[in-house]
Design a protein around this ligand. Structure first.
Ligand code: SF4
Ligand code: SF4
Length: 388
């Protein structure tokens, strides 16, 4: 049960029609499958209207102010969404994440905006039909691409108000690169975010299908970009099974082009790229091939990388990460990873055992991973025969 939480100051999301919602995160979205977020209890804060109502006005508006007051008075259980959320207490998004100075400022003026992560859903549609993605439930927010004027208005509004968000993510549930003028949005962002004066990080998650060389170059020029490529497969057969509608060869070649050019342009400290593999029944036999394939490629680029469970991503930050991730099956099997029959802990051990056996753990992480596996005891999970 959460009594206070900083997410009302830190994690708004804005959809392509300009509607702004308070914290999209809760136990529904984070402890369960983020591809099946329940939108019915989202709290709408207001509507951005280009040249009339700015994002800052909405974030400082009466609804958000009320939410912030409830949070400051430890009364978040009055909000159904927060009442069932465990997220606020167990992460840095609790009010403790503010410095004492910021907290004083918040208490004096609860309408203050102290930004963390702004999500802008520049496009809510997707070109794929992945098996673990519940996009069929998104009809209500299937709003298509954001108007360029809306996007520019939001960014200019932030610039004018000197309202500093640490990061901006150019997606929420859609495929951002599907925006018909993605290149123009990126150009505009680059023009405004000189020396990271508005955002320290730009975050993009993509299925990589539309990551043409031209778009890659534009993203790379943005500077500090954290980009995640959702792959989930080593072979074309598995990719086709999971990421339905995608072109495997194209995505691999797009990602290689991106990484090669990103490494050329920046020193290694400016890279934040992730190659993501969600462990599922359909792909668990490809864990080691996936890690080996990308490890060898990254070695050839002479780039420093790690192979980690997403929960450890912050412990071992490296310019590029080969990232394993787990989703909940949801419903009755909430504790279990998507279709594997394993709990998340079991799936993590399963993954690390395979990687250890195949010598795929980078040296720096070896000791802690070996300890983890050693201390796991005899896991009695029922895994598919390991074909790797
Ligand atoms: S308690 Fe949970 S749902 Fe409520 S604002 Fe915090 S993270 Fe979001
Ligand atoms: S690419 Fe992402 S958003 Fe699109 S269907 Fe797959 S999981 Fe869902």
């Amino acid at each position: 049960m959460v009594s206070s939480c900083a997410c009302f100051w830190k994690t708004p999301v804005i959809f392509s029609d300009g509607s702004v919602y308070a914290c999209p995160y809760s136990i529904d979205s984070l402890k369960s499958n983020p591809y099946s977020i329940n939108f019915s209890d989202f709290i709408k804060l207001g509507q951005v209207v280009p040249e009339k109502i700015g994002l800052i006005e909405v974030l400082n508006g009466p609804i958000n102010q009320r939410l912030k007051n409830l949070s400051l008075n430890n009364r978040l259980n009055a909000i159904p969404r927060c009442n069932k959320c465990v997220f606020g207490v167990c992460t840095s998004n609790s009010l403790n994440s503010f410095s004492p100075e910021e907290l004083k400022q918040i208490k004096r003026n609860p309408s203050a905006c102290i930004g963390g992560l702004l999500s802008i859903e520049i496009n809510s549609t997707c070109n794929l039909k992945c098996i673990m993605c519940n996009r069929g439930n998104y009809d209500k927010i299937n709003l298509g691409p954001m108007d360029i004027d809306m996007f520019k208005f939001i960014i200019k509004n932030i610039e004018r108000n000197l309202f500093y968000f640490d990061s901006i993510q150019l997606f929420f549930n859609g495929e951002p690169l599907l925006h018909p003028y993605f290149d123009k949005l990126i150009d505009f962002l680059r023009e405004k975010n000189v020396n990271n004066q508005l955002f320290r990080n730009v975050i993009i998650d993509t299925n990589g299908q539309f990551l043409t060389p031209r778009i890659s170059q534009k993203i790379i020029k943005l500077g500090r970009v954290s980009i995640t490529f959702s792959l989930d497969a080593f072979s074309k057969t598995t990719y086709d099974k999971i990421r339905r509608g995608g072109d495997f060869e194209r995505v691999i070649s797009n990602i290689k082009f991106f990484l090669k050019n990103q490494v050329k342009v920046y020193n290694h400290h400016s890279l934040f790229s992730k190659l993501q593999f969600i462990i599922m029944e359909e792909n668990q036999h490809e864990v080691s091939q996936f890690a080996r394939f990308w490890s060898e490629y990254l070695h050839s680029l002479k780039v420093d990388f790690s192979v980690v469970n997403i929960n450890n991503a912050n412990k071992y930050p490296k310019p590029v990460m080969i990232l394993f991730k787990f989703l909940s099956s949801g419903g009755k099997q909430e504790e279990q990873c998507y279709k594997t029959g394993m709990t998340e802990k079991e799936a993590e051990i399963f993954m690390y055992k395979i990687l250890l056996k195949n010598n795929l753990i980078p040296k720096a992480e070896m000791e802690s991973v070996a300890n983890l596996v050693r201390n796991s005891g005899s896991c009695s999970y029922n895994i598919q025969a390991n074909k790797s």
